[in-house]
Design a protein around this ligand. Structure first.
Ligand SMILES: NC(=O)c1ccc[n+]([C@@H]2O[C@H](COP(=O)([O-])OP(=O)(O)OC[C@H]3O[C@@H](n4cnc5c(N)ncnc54)[C@H](OP(=O)(O)O)[C@@H]3O)[C@@H](O)[C@H]2O)c1
Length: 243
């Protein structure tokens, strides 16, 4: 395992760093002395997040669905040590036969393509000891009824991890696969329904609770800090996939 200050002075881009898992990851990296740039579409959300994170953080308003904008952003970065991709686009949720195929396409547009675009252009800037860590999701490795579209997207993303980790070596490429995690992504669901969903999921999870963004950020940090981890999809779900 790397020494405690091994990351100090290195650079990281956290795509989706203005909220949820990305924000917690940015905070964890900053605590290790990393110079972090958080990326998101909304300048206002980025500014609010930077205010919370304090010194050492930069912001970049970029829509990762816009390949030209992403290419220009990464071209402006001379070298990059760590790329974390944790953006959340819209997802079609519902029973498979009642979900229009167009909804599945839109789920790929919201997550898969923005991830791939960020990875493609970010990988060109990664230093020799650099890392890339994707936040995927439990729907790729466990049955999550109503989440077929997200399962397809997360499975497609996890499908590139092994090959990329060999192609880009000695750079390391991993994914962290969270279970249900309490983030702003769920804020559009009415409070009572959301709390009921959280309670049910906690009861069904071996560790007896749902995830917090810091749990997933710790798993991302493990992928970044452990120089012998590559080509890995690390579940961070309190054991929910096992039951
Ligand atoms: N929360 C969970 O229960 C859970 C479970 C499993 C997997 N995951 C995965 O974890 C990842 C992060 O989710 P989260 O819960 O942390 O979501 P979140 O709190 O909603 O944060 C999403 C972040 O992505 C940014 N974003 C969205 N679209 C973008 C785009 N096209 N370009 C650049 N930035 C974009 C958002 O900022 P703007 O809106 O300003 O762009 C925001 O910073 C997602 O891939 C999600 O599928 C989450």
């Amino acid at each position: 395992m790397a020494s405690d200050d091994a990351l100090s002075g290195q650079t990281a881009v956290v795509v989706g760093g203005s909220s949820g898992i990305g924000l917690a990851t940015a905070r964890a990296l900053l605590a290790k002395g990393v110079k972090v740039t958080i990326v998101g579409r909304s300048s206002e959300r980025l500014t609010n997040a930077a205010d919370v994170l304090g010194s050492g953080v930069s912001t970049a308003p970029v829509d990762c669905a816009d390949e030209a904008a992403v290419a220009a952003f990464f071209e402006g970065i001379p070298t990059l040590d760590h790329l974390v991709v944790s953006l959340a686009g819209g997802a079609a949720l519902g029973p498979f036969t009642e979900t229009p195929v167009q909804g599945v396409r839109e789920t790929f547009d919201g997550k898969f393509w923005p991830y791939l675009i960020a990875m493609h252009h970010g990988a060109k800037r990664l230093s020799d000891h650099g890392t890339m860590t994707l936040v995927t999701g439990a729907s790729a490795i466990a049955a999550v009824p109503t989440a077929t579209a997200l399962g397809a997207v997360n499975g497609a993303l996890e499908g590139v991890i092994k090959t990329l980790s060999v192609e880009l070596a000695p750079r390391r490429v991993n994914a962290v696969s969270p279970g249900l995690t309490d983030t702003e992504a769920w804020s559009r669901i009415p409070y009572d329904i959301r709390e009921g969903m959280y309670a049910q999921s906690a009861a069904d999870t071996p560790v007896g609770r749902i995830g917090q963004p810091e749990d997933v950020a710790d798993a991302v940090l493990a992928c970044i800090q452990n120089g012998f981890l590559t080509g890995l999809v690390l579940p961070c779900d309190g054991g929910k996939r096992l039951v």
